[in-house]
Design a protein around this ligand. Structure first.
Ligand code: PMP
Length: 340
């Protein structure tokens, strides 16, 4: 009989999808790792499982315990489902700016959801610090601490990196992704470098974040602009980011992300969230910079389902400086070329 031993065994081993039109237009193989097919619907199921298994091994998460986390949503979904399967409760501290769909999902899955007003990292009211305090005040609780807990990166070293290496039969030339915690980028980039140091590892940053500034200039000072992408856009060097082995960094405009997202729905049958669009924008910039013949892998983090009240509401988009426009994918490539 061919079966998975339990729910947690369904995390990972996702397919790699060729993005046909963008591959044709760039002369490169542009491949997306279909992380939206994880059981909780995102790449963050991996970090959730990695963090929980690590805490169990270290004796920090005990039977009947509670997992507490500050999360933009996806890690919370992963932790809640893994927690349900393993007998842990979850308390999720989430900025109240995140999409209502995510809050509803989390509470329907059984998490205790505590929305909090957004606050900068250096303020005591930041959702991560609140999560730490809630864990300290709750009996038999464990703070997952996804940003600085490097069990997050380790799980990508152990799973995502080798999967990509094997799926491309070692012919990968570049890997690109954006940063939320940095776990995906750090884990996959460091694994790929151990296999072939010539694989180009690339960070793509949304506007308003400072990771491009960090990798390009060694400081966090350039963080102009803004992005509607949820789950990415980091302003500090987390412990996971500090493990990343990065050769190149690009920024991707939300206009380009929207052009990619609309194109993928209409022409490739892929219904993806904004961070996937930013990632693919980074893959296209990598393709245009290095020229034809490359094999570039990026991450398709989650679907657009959790963001429908925003990504498909033109009034909301207009309020966020994204006027109605139909930038073709060819037009976007021409604009990107002009930026390089
Ligand atoms: N995309 C989405 C939709 C996410 O929720 C996240 C994680 N917050 C990421 C990308 C980034 O992944 P990582 O935390 O591994 O950097």
């Amino acid at each position: 009989m061919n079966k998975t031993p339990d729910f947690c065994g369904t995390i990972g081993n996702t397919p790699l999808i060729r993005l046909n039109k963008l591959s044709e237009l760039t002369g490169c193989e542009i491949l997306g790792k279909a992380e939206f097919l994880n059981p909780g619907g995102s790449v963050k199921d991996r970090a959730a499982l990695g963090i929980v298994e690590d805490a169990e091994k270290r004796g920090l998460l005990k039977p009947g315990g509670t997992i507490v986390e500050g999360t933009a949503g996806n890690t919370g979904i992963g932790l809640t489902l893994v927690g349900n399967a393993k007998g842990y409760k979850t308390i999720i501290i989430i900025p109240n700016t995140q999409s209502p769909e995510k809050m509803e999902l989390l509470s329907n899955m059984g998490a205790e959801v505590r929305p909090v007003p957004p606050a900068p990292f250096n303020s005591a009211g930041n959702y991560n610090h609140i999560a730490k305090r809630v864990a300290e005040e709750t009996e038999n609780a464990y703070w997952a601490n996804q940003f600085d807990n490097t069990a997050n990166t380790d799980f990508h070293v152990k799973t995502t990196g080798p999967e990509i290496w094997n799926q491309t039969k070692g012919n990968i030339t570049g890997f690109v992704t954006a940063i939320g915690t940095g776990g995906t980028l750090a884990g996959v980039s460091s694994y790929l470098k151990t296999q072939n140091k010539n694989v180009q590892t690339v960070c793509v940053d949304p506007y308003g974040a400072s990771m491009w500034s960090w990798f390009k200039h060694g400081h966090l000072d350039i963080d102009d602009g803004d992005s509607i992408a949820e789950g990415i856009g980091q302003g500090r060097v987390t412990d996971n980011v500090s493990l990343a082995n990065i050769d190149e960094a690009f920024r991707c405009h939300d206009r380009h992300m929207m052009a990619i997202s609309r194109h993928l729905i209409k022409e490739e049958g892929l219904f993806l969230g904004a961070s996937s669009g930013i990632n693919i924008g980074g893959a296209v910039k990598t393709a245009l910079t290095g020229g034809p013949g490359q094999t570039i892998v990026t991450i398709l983090c989650d679907t657009a389902q959790k963001y429908m009240s925003r990504l498909f509401d033109q009034d909301w988009l207009t309020e966020n400086d994204l006027p109605p426009e139909d930038l073709s994918i060819q037009g976007m490539i021409e604009e990107m070329k002009a930026e390089l």
